[in-house]
Design a protein around this ligand. Sequence first.
Ligand code: DC
Length: 229
Amino acid sequence: MTTIKPPVITIDGPSGSGKGTISQLLASKLGFHYLDSGALYRLVAMAAQRHGVALDNVEALAVLAAHMDVAFEMDAEGGSPKVVLETENVSDLIRSEEVGAQASRVAALPEVRNALLQRQKAFAQQPGLVADGRDMGTIIFPDAEVKIFLTASAGARAERRHKQLITKGESGNLRDLVEKVESRDKRDRTRAVAPLLPAEDAVTVDSTALNIAEALEAVLTVVAQRLKI
Ligand code: DC
C-alpha cells in the first residue's frame, strides 16, 4: 500500500506579523491540522518550571521536550486550539511574557530543537497541515508544498502589540515597543540555530497595510495557486 504524503503549508515570520491568527483561520478553512510550534517551545519552558528543571540543564530540557505530555485540542470555529499540559489547560498560562522569555531561551538550544523535531513532523497528517513558526519552511518541513513568509514592518507589529496590551488592560509605550520589536528581530535573524529567515522558495506576504481578512485572502491566493484547489 502506498501512503500519500499530506500537503503541508508553512507560515513563518516574526511575532506580530499575524501568522498565528492567519494560520488558524487557514487551517480551519481548509479543514487541515494546525501546528503552533511556538507553543511547543513555551510548553518546554513551562514543563521545566513545573518539574524544577533549570533552564541551563540542557540534557534534562531535551528529555522534557521529547517526552512531555501535551495535547492540542482543535477549535472548530478557527480559534486558538486548547493547549493541555499533563491534563491541565494551560492555553492562557503559556502566553505570559514570563513564559515567552523562557521559551526564547530554550528555543536557542539545538538539543531542545532536535528533541522537538519528530514531534513537529508527526503533525503532518491527512488531509493536510498548516505549520506556524520560525523554521517551518526551512528546517522542519523543507519539502512543504506551500511556504509563506508573513511579515510586517516593525512599526505595524509594535502597534498591534500596543493595542493587545491596551485590550488586556495593560499599558505600553509605543516607542519602547518599536525598539523591543526591532531588537528581538535582530536577535532572531542573526541567531546561530534556526534563524528567522524566509525559505528560498517561500512567498513573502507583507501584512503591514492589510487587515486580517485581507492578509488571509492574500495567503489563500498563494495557497490556491500552489495546491491547485
Ligand atoms: O511564536 P511564539 O512567540 O509563541 O514563540 C515562542 C518562542 O519560541 C519565541 O522565542 C520564538 C521561538 N520559536 C522558535 O524558535 N521556533 C519556532 N518554530 C517557533 C517559535
